[in-house]
Design a binder for this molecule. Structure first.
Ligand SMILES: Nc1ncnc2c1ncn2[C@@H]1O[C@H](COP(=O)(O)OP(=O)(O)OP(=O)(O)O)[C@@H](O)[C@H]1O
Ligand SMILES: [Mg+2]
Length: 593
């Protein structure tokens, strides 16, 4: 949540972020390899050598057949020579295959790094609208597909084309008129490819959407397992998952069918021509026309096979190539998304006092008719505690997100220490902000790592001070490995109150000037609440604090209680003042006591 790197260093990643253009996927692909050309060329070179037997084998076999068919014109020596050549060609395949596969991994790392960087820069609005499952699919599968696209485009296809050229050239020397067959088959194949390729593109697009939806759904379903089980709605959850799986299956089947039709029809067409070629060449040789030898029949038929395989291979990789280009577009949805939190070139601040002034601030979520907040005017001197109270949907969280800078006012101005927050580099501001919210966000690691997350440097003394101030020392001592105990995914091995106190220690160690407590004590019983309450009092001392709490008992001591209703401030004052007014606060208070 808190960005620690206000000035990104120039790297291959940086050029990726500025040069990525999904409307020009091929250029974008070239750009992905800007720094790795030598490796890619080297890999292609080895690939060509590895593949060379394909081109030379028919020639050698033809020679051998001619030696056998016309022993009077050839010596046995020639046979051994051709045999040795064939053996070398076959044996080299092993080492060159190994050498060729070691290229493209760097690109994947660069691309994933650029994507994660961009995800850190995109607005929170972007993240709120997208599920982590979809983003995960882009980061993992799509990058993998782009890597495959590279090998198709820069290795398989060029080598197949080269194979075709060599086959045609050699045929042109040995039996030029035979090129007529090639001329008739190659365009037929290409026409077939073109006819079948078009629907493939559209299919790929739908399929990708379905797969993304499915992975989002599956990761949701996993997260929901405890709730699903607790409510006994496993069957319903399974039904929904199966529905999605079925949709993906249908889209996949459709894609497979189109692929299969493409491949099968091409194969049939090309094989028919191939058979025709063999019989025609054999018939001509039998008749003794055009000076065709037995070797030539084998050679022509062999090159026809080579041509067939190469053309079929180009056909086969076409769908994968279009999937790869689709993946470039999919990754572009992250790398090119303009919804950035604009921080570049804005004022970096070295210190925050914690003085806020809301001047007629309003905020409307995109595509919403009613503004979530309007006409908010409020002055918050440094060090004060501001409590936000109001019914559900009143705009409390929206208010908090404006303070953190996750949202920017759509009306009016919000000043921090006298500066318009729109002109500030929010990353430098947020170094002085700590957030403790109801949903504690912990990760699979040790207690120590979790507390230190979000701070660059903290000595052992400060760590212990924070733990003590957060009232977390006692339970940490009781853990089997103390500070080095692994707490499980999202702190699964801790109680709710213990998790909460860890996040308070994490907030404390940053020594923030601005503190946000969003329903921080809502889920706790009275005993742990009082522990946490005293921890929070520690935390709040001398810092500007914004508290959202439904339990009014927790905010009695606030300097100002701001009562929101339907996006507007309806009352402001201290607890006794507001009770006297006999307004919304007083009635909410009566309800709770
Ligand atoms: N991402 C969003 N997109 C569109 N509208 C939103 C979004 N988030 C909140 N709203 C709307 O803005 C209004 C204020 O919501 P907000 O979350 O600030 O209320 P709240 O006071 O925090 O409520 P609660 O006490 O239930 O948490 C609501 O009407 C809500 O529907
Ligand atoms: Mg809320």
């Amino acid at each position: 949540m808190i960005d620690q790197s206000p000035s990104p260093t120039p790297s291959p990643t940086a050029s990726l972020l500025t040069k990525y253009r999904s409307d020009a996927p091929f250029l974008t692909l070239l750009n992905l390899y800007r720094h790795d050309w030598p490796k890619l060329v080297e890999s292609f070179g080895f690939f060509l050598i590895k593949h060379s037997p394909e081109w030379v084998r028919p020639l050698i076999i033809a020679n051998v057949v001619d030696i056998v068919a016309q022993p009077s014109q050839h010596s046995l020596h020639e046979l051994w020579l051709n045999g040795a050549l064939l053996a070398v060609m076959i044996a080299q395949n092993l080492p060159t295959h190994y050498l060729h596969i070691r290229a493209t991994r760097q690109m994947e790392a660069n691309l994933r790094s650029a994507m994660t960087q961009r995800l850190q820069e995109l607005s929170m609005g972007f993240h709120w609208q997208r599920s982590t499952g979809v983003l995960q699919a882009k980061l993992l599968q799509d990058v993998e597909k782009i890597e495959q696209l590279t090998s198709y485009l820069f290795q398989f296809v060029p080598s197949a084309v080269l194979t075709i050229i060599i086959a045609i050239s050699i045929t042109a020397r040995r039996a030029p008129w035979f090129l007529l067959f090639f001329l008739a088959t190659v365009p037929a194949a290409v026409l077939l490819i073109w006819g079948l390729r078009k629907p493939m593109r559209d299919r790929n697009h739908t399929f990708r959407r379905q797969v993304e939806g499915m992975s989002a759904n599956l990761s949701d379903a996993l997260k929901l397992i405890p709730i699903t089980r607790a409510h006994g709605v496993e069957a319903e959850a399974m039904r929904r998952t199966n529905q999605q799986l079925e949709a993906v299956k249908q889209a996949g089947l459709c894609l497979d069918t189109i692929n299969a039709i493409t491949n099968a029809s091409t194969w049939v067409v090309l094989r028919s021509f191939n058979a025709l070629c063999l019989i025609t060449a054999a018939w001509l040789a039998y008749q003794g026309r055009q000076g065709l030898t037995a070797g030539d029949v084998v050679l022509l038929s062999g090159y026809f096979d080579t041509l067939t395989t190469s053309t079929v291979m180009i056909l086969t990789v076409m769908p994968q190539i279009s999937t790869g280009f689709e993946a470039i577009r999919s990754v572009g949805e992250v790398l090119e998304c303009p919804d950035l939190e604009q921080n570049q070139g804005k004022l970096a601040i070295a210190h925050v006092q914690g003085n806020f002034r809301f001047d007629q601030v309003g905020f409307a979520y995109p595509h919403q008719v009613h503004a979530a907040l309007h006409n908010i005017s409020l002055i918050v001197p440094p060090g004060q505690t501001i409590a936000l109270v109001g019914p559900s949907g009143a705009g409390k969280s929206t208010f908090i997100n404006l303070v953190i800078g996750f949202l920017r006012p759509t009306q009016g101005t919000l000043y921090l220490d006298g500066q318009d927050m729109n002109g500030l580099d929010l990353r430098t501001y947020r170094r002085w902000v700590s957030v403790v919210s109801q949903d504690t966000i912990l990760f699979e690691g040790t207690v120590r790592e979790n507390i230190l997350y979000g701070t660059d440097s903290a000595d052992e003394q400060k760590l212990h001070w924070a733990i003590e101030a957060a009232n977390a020392d006692e339970f940490i001592h009781r853990l089997p490995q103390g500070l080095d105990t692994l707490i499980g995914e999202n702190g699964a091995k801790l109680s709710g109150g213990q998790r909460q106190r860890l996040t308070i220690a994490r907030a404390l160690i940053r020594d923030p000037r601005v503190l946000i407590l969003d329903e921080a004590t809502a889920s706790l019983d009275t005993a742990s609440e009082s522990l946490i309450q005293s921890a929070l009092q520690q935390l709040m001392g001398g810092r500007t604090t914004f508290v959202v709490a439904h339990r009014l008992s927790t905010i009695r001591r606030a300097d100002q209680i701001v009562v929101l209703n339907q996006g507007q401030i309806v009352e402001v004052g201290t607890h006794p003042e507001l009770l006297k007014v006999e307004g919304l606060y007083a009635s909410l208070h009566r309800l709770q006591s």
